[in-house]
Design a protein around this ligand. Sequence first.
Ligand SMILES: NC(=O)c1ccc[n+]([C@@H]2O[C@H](COP(=O)([O-])OP(=O)(O)OC[C@H]3O[C@@H](n4cnc5c(N)ncnc54)[C@H](OP(=O)(O)O)[C@@H]3O)[C@@H](O)[C@H]2O)c1
Length: 276
Amino acid sequence: MRTIVVTGGTDGMGAALARHFLKAGDRVVVIGRSRAKFDALLAAAADGDPSATARAEFAAADLSSAADSRRLVKHLRTHYEHVDALVLAASFIRQRRHVTSEGHEASWVLFFVSKYLLVTGLAGLLRAAGRPVVVNTAVPGARADAIDFGDLELTRGYTFAKSNAQQRRANELLGVLATRGVPGLAYVTWGPARLVRSGFAGDLGKGMKTAAAVLGPLVGQRPDDAVRPIIGFVDAPSPGRSAYRGARKLPLTVGTDDERDAARLAEAVENDFPDG
Ligand SMILES: NC(=O)c1ccc[n+]([C@@H]2O[C@H](COP(=O)([O-])OP(=O)(O)OC[C@H]3O[C@@H](n4cnc5c(N)ncnc54)[C@H](OP(=O)(O)O)[C@@H]3O)[C@@H](O)[C@H]2O)c1
């Protein structure tokens, strides 16, 4: 039986994927903070099928905490023998800079550091799967020079656009590290083709809140429709790195020194977020 791990699996696109894979007969580990959302999701997905309930696990974790992300990795390594698919879809949009109780910039940890810790920490479980895949919903296509290596937590001149572009680029480079650590891994950086009518969790400014509330219902895709390409990547993974918007394949963004930049990111996380 496949084991599918979905961060942000309690809402939006992550929840759509969790429901799909539970109905398809997979074991699904849903990661989020809200047990109540998981219970509602399971009630809808299981629909009286006790085997679905037995195949679903809720693992509570705050992925804006590096310590909690590491604890989650240890939990998964203790309880599972393989991870066939890891879908990274947790999201909490912050338009303003926010520092966590661990003293780190929240979006950098949630949108990159936790993903780095999961992808590298679960390498052994991914290697143990027949055809492993990581789908990172970071939206490909940011500029190759979007990372400020001198100030990764953007203590100077933080803007939402800068923070967003930086984590998107970092997640593409995470694919360099991931595919090196797990030969045969399919690592897909993916973004929806257009706006998705999802939870839009976050601390949003008035403009973005209004845009989500007005445009979502008008032009937004249903999460169940938006995630169809992701289901395809999980069911028929293609080894190596790739980038997609919706079902459309994009060229990978290639910088002048991607290997070195990926190594710099790894070194920064290991230094700035030491274990224990
Ligand atoms: N919606 C769009 O139009 C759109 C466009 C481009 C890219 N994306 C990307 O697609 C992915 C999914 O987005 P979505 O809109 O479907 O998300 P969403 O509906 O807003 O749901 C966010 C999910 O993240 C979880 N989450 C939030 N903060 C967390 C934290 N600190 N620790 C752990 N889990 C946390 C939430 O769980 P709890 O509530 O249980 O904490 C929830 O399950 C994201 O990567 C997003 O950037 C979405």
